[in-house]
Design a protein around this ligand. Structure first.
Ligand SMILES: [Zn+2]
Ligand SMILES: [Zn+2]
Length: 278
């Protein structure tokens, strides 16, 4: 261990990682691919993303983003965007033009190769295409799962794409707190309730690019993060603010690159599909 410590100090973290296999199992290769999961047709009214009416009349182009995380030979989809347009129908503002299945095919990945579908929360712009991956294990916050399973899911939920798991036909793992998905600390769901009862963010430790935090809907824009704006569509204001505190403590500690999933300025900084970050 002493040799490793000296080696790390002299050679830097990357060389340290390269030196590590002599002492323990090599870390898994972890990469992040972003898909095109549709955007608002033009600048959208973002007044609804501040419950103190701080953004009335303001507009911002919003994106719906979804991701593929590869961990060695396993795959996790993180959020599944809007649904695909019905067969024969022209794609609308809230449907995708190229489906996740079609984009995966470009990477030569079949739907049945997806091991996990992770959902940050139950809103329809995050659950839309989950049903395309029935063999996958569904990872979703326990609080959201309980609402979806309850007698009166709220009007903001979109349970239909998750019916397969809710009916017991698919394997689901409701996540009560944090979840280290692959057991090695590289892909960790972070319990960030408030926007919905079981809302989750995702922390990645990529092989070379380092830590990345995918925000879910903890924030909807960079401004919302800077000014701690709580959206009007929100279940528990105090919980959201506490989650923001936790997120902002974790981000600098891990030197994480933060990706606000609805903000195209953040999403555009990631490599363009099919390129990926690793
Ligand atoms: Zn949401
Ligand atoms: Zn959203």
């Amino acid at each position: 261990m002493k040799i490793r410590t000296i080696h790390c100090a002299v050679m830097g973290a990357l060389a340290c990682a390269a030196a590590w296999p002599a002492f323990a199992q090599a870390p898994a290769e972890v990469s992040l691919t972003r898909f095109d999961c549709s955007s608002s047709a033009g600048p959208a009214d973002i007044g609804r993303f501040s419950d103190t009416m701080a953004q009335e009349g303001k507009k911002l182009q919003l994106t719906a983003s979804c991701y593929l995380i590869r961990h060695a030979d396993h795959y996790l989809l993180w959020d599944t965007g809007y649904p695909a347009a019905a067969a024969g129908a022209p794609p609308g503002d809230r449907t995708v033009k190229v489906t996740l299945v079609e984009q995966l095919a470009q990477l030569k990945i079949k739907p049945e190769q997806i091991n996990y579908v992770g959902i940050s929360h139950y809103h329809g712009d995050h659950t839309g295409q989950a049903a395309s991956f029935p063999q996958a294990t569904l990872l979703i916050g326990q609080g959201d799962w309980d609402v979806l399973k309850g007698p009166t899911p709220s009007g903001t939920t979109n349970a239909a794409p998750l019916k397969h798991w809710l009916d017991g036909a698919g394997k689901a793992e409701p996540v009560a707190k944090d979840k280290d998905v692959f057991g090695d600390g590289t892909v960790v769901m972070l319990d960030m309730p408030g926007h919905t009862p079981g809302h989750q963010a995702l922390q990645l430790r990529l092989s070379q690019a380092g830590a990345v935090l995918l925000s879910g809907d903890l924030y909807h824009s960079r401004e919302a993060r800077r000014l701690r704006r709580v959206p009007k569509v929100n279940v528990d204001r105090a919980a959201t603010l506490a989650s923001m505190d936790r997120f902002e403590a974790i981000a600098p500690r891990s030197h994480a690159r933060v990706v606000i999933q609805h903000d195209p300025r953040d999403v555009a900084l990631l490599p363009h599909f099919p390129a990926y970050l690793h």
